[in-house]
Design a protein around this ligand. Structure first.
Ligand code: SAM
Length: 189
């Protein structure tokens, strides 16, 4: 899979997929920290293959159900109806990638949103689980109530990561209407 840059710059979600696909090999373990409708889980499941494992988190039952429907037979996916902040209690293997897509489940109650109180501890846990060369991607939205505060907390957390252990990048559109999402990418050296 590769993003075609010839007509327009990639969207945050496309770029996140591009980065993650360059770091996952068949047999790896990967984490979807915000299952939602399961698009990222399906994407990760295809990359890790039948020998690999995807572990997912969401606090809404509807998200687990929607995700389960998308996963083909024979693929190993562990879905947890738990906050992603519990990640380090439930995962011990080193992971190749952890994807966060913040905000709310589009088809459900828009008042159930991710927030810095759990997102930042989850990022901390994810950073501790990454294997060398592994990545965390965070797609952050600023167009809903609470979004700018969460984005700010994620950015602050990223800026404090030690350069000796991590490389962090931030991708954002600066002149577009309707608050397009931003991407943070964190690489473990
Ligand atoms: C934008 S959606 C995710 C989209 C998804 N990655 C996809 O591909 O369809 C954000 C999800 O985060 C979930 N969420 C909110 N707080 C959470 C938490 N503390 N832990 C895990 N998931 C959470 C919401 O329930 C919602 O389903």
């Amino acid at each position: 899979m590769s993003v075609n840059f010839s007509k327009s710059l990639p969207r945050a979600v496309q770029l996140a997929h591009e980065i993650v696909s360059s770091r996952i090999a068949p047999g790896d373990t990967a984490v979807d920290a915000t299952l939602g409708n399961g698009h990222d889980t399906l994407f990760l499941a295809k990359l890790v293959g039948q020998r690999g494992r995807v572990i997912g988190f969401d606090i809404q039952k509807a998200a687990l159900e929607s995700t389960r429907e998308k996963i083909p037979e024979g693929v190993s996916v562990d879905l947890h109806l738990e906050s992603h902040s519990r990640m380090s209690d439930l995962i011990s293997d080193p992971v190749a990638a952890v994807m966060f897509n913040l905000g709310y489940l589009p088809s459900a109650d828009k008042s159930v949103i991710t927030s810095a109180e759990s997102t930042v501890p989850a990022l901390e846990a994810a950073a501790g689980l990454l294997k060398p060369g592994g990545v965390i991607t965070v797609v952050a939205y600023t167009g809903h109530t609470g979004g700018p505060e969460e984005q700010g907390s994620v950015q602050q957390w990223c800026e404090c990561l030690p350069q000796s252990d991590f490389t962090v990048a931030h991708y954002a559109f600066l002149n577009q209407a309707n608050n397009p999402p931003e991407l943070f990418a964190i690489e473990k050296k």
